[in-house]
Design a protein around this ligand. Sequence first.
Ligand SMILES: *[C@@H]1O[C@H](CO)[C@@H](O)[C@H](O)[C@H]1NC(C)=O
Ligand SMILES: *[C@@H]1O[C@H](CO)[C@@H](O)[C@H](O)[C@H]1NC(C)=O
Length: 224
Amino acid sequence: MRPPLLLAPLAWLLLVQAKDDTKAEDNLLVLTVATKETEGFRRFKRSAQFFNYKIQALGLGEDWSVDRGSTGGGQKVRLLKKALEKHADHEDLVILFIDSYDVVFASGPRELLRKFRQAKSQVVFSAEELIYPDRRLEAKYPTVSDGKRFLGSGGFIGYAPNLSTLVAEWEGQDSDSDQLFYTKIFLDPEKREQINITLDHRCRIFQNLDGALVLGDFAKAFTG
Ligand SMILES: *[C@@H]1O[C@H](CO)[C@@H](O)[C@H](O)[C@H]1NC(C)=O
Ligand SMILES: *[C@@H]1O[C@H](CO)[C@@H](O)[C@H](O)[C@H]1NC(C)=O
């Protein structure tokens, strides 16, 4: 029996609004890491199909090699780096890299791409209210007048060449923190500018629903 959906730990939602035409963009690829076909992953896939996203899951069948208690996520960077090798020269290709176990799409590719372009950066990361995993880095973060200040690695979108540059220097372990890796790049002003990274401070693209139970009804649409 499926557990009640209201308990689903839906952490991220790609923001809703208008109805999209499908077929919007062939220049968008959604990459996610899923080592297992969990119920959460199937829900993610249903929402992707609903809006006609092309998705590619990396790591299926691989062990999720992160010990409980470690910050983890390095495996995701390793798999992304590998997957981006063949896209590094595709200047027009936009890639969304997103967690899938606790995510659903709430609008289609066209709206996603429109909001991405409005952000006027080559790479846009989701933003979080709390700094994690290294709170000592707080002082290095640019201040924001409005919205969430800190980088979250649960979702980001960018042009393929810039994303390739972003992950090129990854040499960490699978058990290292992906969020710390991206945070350090973002907090280096030179790299931030060169790769052209910004955060989705106002959650125009990535909406964190942690604790927002009311959205259970919304998510029900994708439980099949
Ligand atoms: C990333 O974005 C900037 C444009 O803002 C560009 O100058 C840079 O060369 C891009 N490419 C890479 C690989 O970082
Ligand atoms: C990214 O590039 C645009 C122009 O291409 C510029 O306006 C913006 O300030 C850059 N952002 C960062 C974080 O460097």
